[in-house]
Design a protein around this ligand. Structure first.
Ligand code: PMP
Length: 419
C-alpha cells in the first residue's frame, strides 16, 4: 500500500513481494528505521474528498511563483557556472552571511563561520545525531516531539526520554528531575532536543521565564541543547520570541530553515553551532553529500537579496493566523464536551486531547471513512504514549475546508462518545 510521510505526501509502494529478502542482512541500526503503522492510512488522506488536517505542508501557493521563476532564470543566466558547480561542504559563504541577518531578528548575534548550510533542518538533525549518538545514548525531548526527529534518533539507536510539557512548554522541574534520575542510573545524556517556539506537534511556546530556567538547568548539568526553530518567525502576535541560542552561544546548537518562511522545495536549512561542533558537522556533511546544492543555495540567496522577504513572511503569518482562528473557532463551536486543545500563538499545529477512554489511533479509520484525517498522538512519542491525543494542522487547507474538517471530526468523536 502507498505510504505518506509527515507532510502528507505519498511514498511509492514497493512492487512485487512484500516479504523482505534482505531482512537478515541489514545493519542493526536499520531495525530502528520503521514506518509508523498509521502512515498507510494517510494515502487515503490525499484523495480530494478527504479534508486532511494531518500533513504539515506549508502553503507555498501563496508565494509569487512568477517572481521565483524569473529569479531562477536570472540565476542561470548570470551565475550558471557557479550555480551548477560543486560548492563548499559548509555552504555558500554569502548565504551564510544572509542567514546571520535572518537570525538577528530572533536575537542571535552569530559569525557566519559558525553556520553550516544543510538540506533542510532535517539533515542538520541527522548530522547532529550522527556525530553525537552511540547506540543506547540518551536524548531528552519534549513529550510529544517532532516525529521526524524521533525517526532520526531511532535510526541511530538513541534512547529517547521524554520530558513533561504543558501549555508553557517544557516543565523545568521535570527536566531537572529527569536529568538527575538518568545520571544517577549511570546514563549518558547527549543532548536535549527542544522546539521551544510554536512546537510541532503541540503548538505551545516555552515562556520567557522558563527559557531562563531551561538554560540554567542545562548549563549546570552540562547538557547540550539542540534548539529546533523552524516556526519561530511565524508568530501571530508581536515580535519573534528570543531564542535560547541568543542567551547561550556555547551550549546551544541552533537549527533554522527556509522551509516555512520561503519554501521547503529548496531544501535549505542550517545549523549554527559552537566552533568545535561546527567542524564535525562540516565533516559529516561532506561524507553525506559532499556539498549542498549550489543551485538552491544561490536561488535562496538571490531571493533574500532581491525580494521583500520580510513582507512575504508577514503575508504567511496573516494567512496562517486566519487559518488558526478558523480552526480554534470551529473547535469551540463543534467539538463535544470533554475534548480540549492548545491555542497556538504561531506555527502550524493544534494538539487536541480526547476524553478518557478514547483512542485516537482507533478513531482514525472511522475519521477517514467520514473524509477527514489527522495524525494520532502516538507518532509523537518514542515510548508509546499519546493515545488520547491528536495533531490537527491548519497550515494547508483553506478556511472553509478547515471548518468542514472539524465538523466531520467532531461528528466522529461525538458518535464514539455515544457508544
Ligand atoms: N523540525 C521541525 C520541528 C519540523 O516541523 C520540520 C518540518 N516538518 C523540520 C524540522 C524539518 O524541516 P526542513 O527539513 O524542511 O527544514
Amino acid at each position: 500500500m502507498p505510504q505518506d510521510n509527515d507532510h502528507g505526501q505519498t511514498i511509492a509502494p514497493i512492487q512485487g513481494s512484500r516479504i523482505d529478502a534482505y531482512v537478515d542482512r541489514y545493519a542493526a541500526r536499520a531495525t530502528g528505521m520503521v514506518a509508523s503503522e498509521v502512515r498507510a492510512l494517510f494515502s487515503v488522506a490525499s484523495r480530494p474528498e478527504v479534508v486532511s488536517l494531518a500533513g504539515g505542508m506549508p502553503y507555498v501557493t501563496a508565494l509569487p511563483l512568477d517572481v521565483v521563476g524569473e529569479l531562477v532564470a536570472d540565476l542561470v543566466a548570470r551565475r550558471g557556472p557557479v550555480a551548477l558547480q560543486y560548492g563548499s561542504g559548509q555552504g555558500d559563504p554569502h548565504l551564510r552571511e544572509q542567514i546571520c541577518d535572518v537570525m538577528r531578528m530572533e536575537g542571535i548575534e552569530a559569525n557566519s563561520d559558525d553556520v553550516v548550510v544543510t538540506v533542510g533542518s532535517q539533515q542538520a538533525l541527522d548530522l547532529i545525531t550522527r556525530i553525537f549518538i552511540d547506540p543506547g545514548d540518551v536524548v531528552l525531548a519534549e513529550g510529544p516531539s517532532y516525529v521526524g526527529a524521533l525517526g532520526t534518533f531511532s535510526a541511530y539507536q538513541a534512547r529517547v526520554i521524554h520530558v513533561a510539557m504543558d501549555s508553557e512548554g517544557i516543565v523545568p522541574e521535570s527536566l531537572a528531575q529527569t536529568i538527575y534520575a538518568l545520571r544517577s542510573a549511570g546514563n549518558r545524556i547527549k543532548f536535549l532536543y527542544t522546539i521551544p517556539t510554536f512546537q510541532n506537534p503541540a503548538g505551545v511556546t516555552l515562556s520567557a521565564a522558563r527559557r531562563q530556567q531551561v538554560l540554567e538547568i542545562c548549563q549546570r548539568a552540562d547538557v547540550l541543547i539542540v534548539e529546533d526553530n523552524p516556526y519561530g518567525m511565524l508568530g501571530f502576535d508581536g515580535e519573534p520570541m528570543r531564542t535560547l541560542r541568543a542567551d547561550n552561544a556555547d551550549g546551544v546548537v541552533y537549527l533554522g530553515s527556509f522551509s516555512k518562511t520561503l519554501a521547503p522545495g529548496f531544501r535549505v536549512g542550517w545549523a549554527l553551532a559552537p566552533h568545535a561542533i561546527r567542524e564535525k558537522l562540516v565533516l559529516a556533511m561532506e561524507s553525506a553529500v559532499l556539498s549542498h546544492s549550489s543551485f538552491t543555495q544561490l536561488a535562496v540567496g538571490q531571493y533574500l537579496a532581491t525580494q521583500p522577504w520580510r513582507e512575504q513572511i508577514k503575508a504567511f503569518r496573516e494567512l496562517y493566523r486566519e487559518r488558526r482562528d478558523t480552526m480554534l473557532s470551529s473547535l469551540e463551536a463543534l467539538m463535544p464536551d470533554g475534548v480540549t486543545w492548545t491555542r497556538p500563538g504561531g506555527g502550524f499545529f493544534v494538539w487536541a486531547t480526547l476524553p478518557e477512554g478514547l483512542d485516537s489511533k482507533a478513531l482514525l479509520p472511522r475519521a477517514v471513512a467520514e473524509r477527514v484525517a489527522f495524525v494520532p498522538g502516538t507518532g509523537f512519542f518514542a515510548d508509546g504514549g499519546g493515545a488520547r491525543h491528536m495533531r490537527l494542522s491548519y497550515c494547508y487547507p483553506e478556511p472553509d475546508r478547515i471548518r468542514e474538517g472539524v465538523r466531520r471530526l467532531a461528528g466522529v468523536i461525538g458518535q464514539e462518545l455515544r457508544v
